[in-house]
Design a protein around this ligand. Structure first.
Ligand code: ZN
Length: 566
């Protein structure tokens, strides 16, 4: 008797187990499985994909409590990934007030005048991160441009280059006699006076440059949570924060503990690379985290050091000089200048070896071609000691590639973390500096894929809340469109031979995004047993006119089997 009861209970459990929590049917489910198959319907249970198939087969999973959504033919994609964001700084940037577009010198000047009205005399005014490639004048501002206000020290934050006004120079005691800091330059005018441009010399400024300065912990938590929610509304379900320090790690952990983490986050630890190698090695060995520590919601990704500067400010370390137009665009004094490598090769190797031995996936910010080569030299030295392939280490940005560097990556199994938004906003200005030929291997996605190199795509979102107007825009459909069309914001096509297909672009934002996180068995496609992360969109990604791809809107985001946005 008891045996029959157990059998009956067992059968009942089986039937009950088939009751889906959620069914999406009557649509086009782009699964991104190995066959890239498109199905009619999908069922979800307990946060996982239960089944994918025909309307009829999936509706059989319907139970009394199943929510059934008729897609009316709409398309469903796997939840999208952004492989490269900086949500805390972005969240805080407009936390108190919205930022106007800073796209010309007069726009920057009116921002300074407006801030001067509400800032106490003598307090710093910071123009948030923007670049000369995005100013209509296509030139680096100098202190004269920022001297529209003489009651406040003013600093223009261009990331690895800062430009300040005369009062800021005075308050920081920067004069014609101040020596350049190691690896940095106080740029001088023709009379030998500082012209306000500080290249990797911003540490001389007597100010708190931290972007989190002046915010309480509660405000930082709120700004981070709000920005992560904006990502979900944009159709993203997984992100890589590509530069966290101990403070930011603590903020993410607090959000998660309080049930306030709206998206799956993987964190790339970037310690300050200025201390000596021995100090950094100690720090690496003392940290109680490394790649893959964590769970499906919050885990650690790569270990990162910043190897060179930026291409939008002329400090990325290139294979060739920046030349005559570089002089105007970047305010350079030496036309033979190739930019800056921040870390000497022996130090880079020592620190990266320690990180690899602690279980880290490795990366550097390597923007210029010279930095890409230096980073691959380091990886090659490590690869000789022990194959690097299994660490899934990668180049980050790697804007200026070469066939030789791509071949080295292929040989070692090195991946790429790319952001085509730099092509969209800066491609035309950069082409003026480097010429048509110099841009041949600029974000060469086709060359990567043809070489079998896995590409994870992101935005490098760092300032602003709006998905299309932020620096950089984090709208994943815009990102995929740039990969497909290689068009700039002014309509020029940059090296169409590097275009990739719609299916490939989708993979850079799904399954390959998962691969670079060691999560391709849990996420990145709509297959039974995987986490139920999906996005329903308002038109057909595969068939709509190409220029409409960037305008696609998410109508529903499903994360962990729950509808979190509709
Ligand atoms: Zn970044």
């Amino acid at each position: 008797m008891s045996r029959i009861l157990i059998l009956l209970l067992g059968a009942r459990c089986l039937i009950w187990a088939a009751d889906a929590d959620l069914i999406l049917h009557n649509g086009k489910i782009v699964t991104v499985d190995p066959d890239f198959s498109v199905r009619q319907a999908v069922a979800v249970k307990a946060g996982k994909i239960l089944a994918v198939g025909t309307n009829q087969a999936i509706m059989a999973e319907r139970g009394a409590n199943t929510r059934v959504v008729d897609l009316h033919g709409r398309m469903v994609l796997p939840g999208l990934f952004d492989s490269h964001v900086h949500p805390l700084g972005a969240g805080l940037s407009e936390f108190r007030a919205p930022l106007p577009p800073l796209d010309s010198v007069p726009a920057v000047q009116s921002y300074i005048r407006a801030m001067a009205l509400k800032t106490p005399k003598g307090h710093w005014i910071v123009v948030p991160r923007t670049f000369p490639t995005r100013l209509s004048e296509l030139r680096m501002p100098t202190r004269t441009d920022l001297d529209v206000d003489t009651d406040h020290p003013v600093a223009f934050d261009a990331s690895y280059v800062w430009i300040v006004n005369s009062l800021a120079l005075k308050m920081s005691n920067i004069t014609r006699d101040t020596p350049n800091p190691p690896g940095g330059e106080i740029v001088k005018d023709k009379n030998g006076e500082p012209n306000g441009i500080l290249k990797n010399a911003q540490s001389l400024l007597k100010m708190n440059r931290s972007e989190t300065a002046g915010f309480t912990e509660a405000e930082k938590l709120q700004a981070l949570q709000d920005q992560l929610k904006r990502y979900v509304i944009a159709g993203l379900t997984s992100i890589n924060d590509r530069a966290v320090d101990a403070e930011q790690i603590a903020l993410y952990r607090k959000l998660k503990a309080a049930g306030r983490l709206p998206i799956r986050a993987a964190l790339t630890w970037r310690p300050d690379a200025t201390p000596p190698a021995a100090t950094l090695v100690k720090e690496i060995n003392a940290a109680n985290y490394h790649t893959n520590v964590g769970d499906d919601w919050l885990k650690f990704a790569a270990f990162k050091l910043t190897l060179d500067g930026g291409m939008t400010i002329g400090t990325a370390f290139q294979r060739h000089p920046y030349g005559p137009f570089g002089k105007q665009l970047y305010g350079k004094t030496n036309p033979d200048d190739r930019g800056q490598l921040f870390i000497p090769p022996d130090k880079l190797l020592t620190v990266m070896r320690a990180a690899r031995n602690r279980g880290w996936q490795l990366t550097t910010h390597d923007q210029g071609g010279g930095a890409v080569d230096a980073w691959l030299d380091c990886l090659e030295a490590l690869d000789k000691e022990k194959p690097i392939r299994e660490t899934r280490s990668f180049v980050m940005h790697a804007s200026f590639q070469s066939p030789a560097a791509i071949a080295r990556m292929k040989k070692m199994g090195v991946l790429a973390d790319t952001q085509s938004q730099w092509l969209y906003h800066d491609g035309e200005a950069l082409q003026k500096v480097f010429g048509e030929e110099g841009m041949r291997y600029f974000f060469p996605l086709r060359s990567y894929l043809d070489a079998g190199i896995i590409v994870a795509a992101g935005s490098d979102h760092m300032i602003g809340h709006d998905k299309n107007r932020a620096v950089n825009p984090y709208n994943p459909f815009l990102s995929m469109w740039i990969e497909i069309a290689r068009k700039t914001d002014r309509g020029q096509v940059i090296h169409p031979e590097e275009k990739i297909t719609r299916a490939e672009a989708l993979k850079t934002h799904t399954i390959w995004g998962a691969y670079i996180q060691f999560s391709e068995k849990q996420k990145g496609s709509i297959e039974p047993g995987k986490l139920a992360d999906m996005v329903v969109i308002d038109r057909d990604f595969m068939l709509c006119p190409e220029d409409q791809i960037k305008d696609i809107q998410p109508v529903m985001t499903i994360l962990d089997g729950k509808v979190v946005f509709e």
